[in-house]
Design a protein. Structure first.
Ligand code: ZN
Length: 144
C-alpha cells in the first residue's frame, strides 16, 4: 500500500468512526435507500435554501465505505448550489466507475474513494448515499 492509499484509508476510517452530520433533523427532504447485498441502509436528508444545499444529514447503518462516504458527502455538498452539487455527484459516479474525470478538484475529500473503482463489488456501497442525494436534488429541480 503506497502512502496515498494509506492516507485515503485513514480519511475513510476517520469518517466511519466519527461521522459528520449524522442524525436526521426533520428539517429537510429525506430519501431512504438500501443495498441488500451488503446490508447498507441509509437515509439522506437535504435542506435546500435559496437554491443552495444548506445542510446535509444522514443516518443509518452499513459498511465502512457506505457510512463514511455519506459523512464525506455531507461535508462536500454543504454550501454548494444545486447545479454544483449535481455536477459533483456526477463526477463522483464517473470516478467510481473508473472513468477519467476532468474536474477532480470539485470532489474535494471524496477523492479518497477513487480506489473503489478497482473493487466493483463495493461500488454500490460507495454510491448509495450519493444516489440518494442525487434523487433529492432531482426533485428539487422539478419544483423550480
Ligand atoms: Zn456496503
Amino acid at each position: 500500500m503506497n502512502q496515498m492509499q494509506n492516507l485515503y484509508r485513514e480519511v475513510i476510517m476517520d469518517h466511519y468512526s466519527h461521522p459528520r452530520n449524522k442524525g436526521l433533523t426533520g428539517n429537510g427532504k429525506q430519501n431512504h435507500l438500501r443495498n441488500p447485498s451488503c446490508g447498507d441502509d441509509i437515509t439522506i436528508e437535504l435542506e435546500i435554501k435559496d437554491g443552495k444545499v444548506n445542510h446535509v444529514h444522514h443516518d443509518g447503518h452499513g459498511c465502512s465505505i457506505c457510512c463514511s462516504s455519506a459523512s464525506v458527502m455531507s461535508e462536500v455538498l454543504t454550501g454548494k448550489t444545486i447545479e454544483e452539487a449535481k455536477e459533483i455527484i456526477h463526477s463522483y459516479f464517473q470516478m467510481i466507475k473508473g472513468e477519467e474525470i476532468q474536474n477532480e478538484d470539485i470532489l474535494e475529500e471524496a477523492l479518497v474513494y477513487q480506489g473503489v473503482a478497482q473493487f466493483p463489488a463495493r461500488t454500490k456501497c460507495a454510491t448509495i448515499a450519493w444516489k440518494a442525494a442525487e434523487d433529492l436534488l432531482g426533485d428539487q429541480h422539478e419544483e423550480k
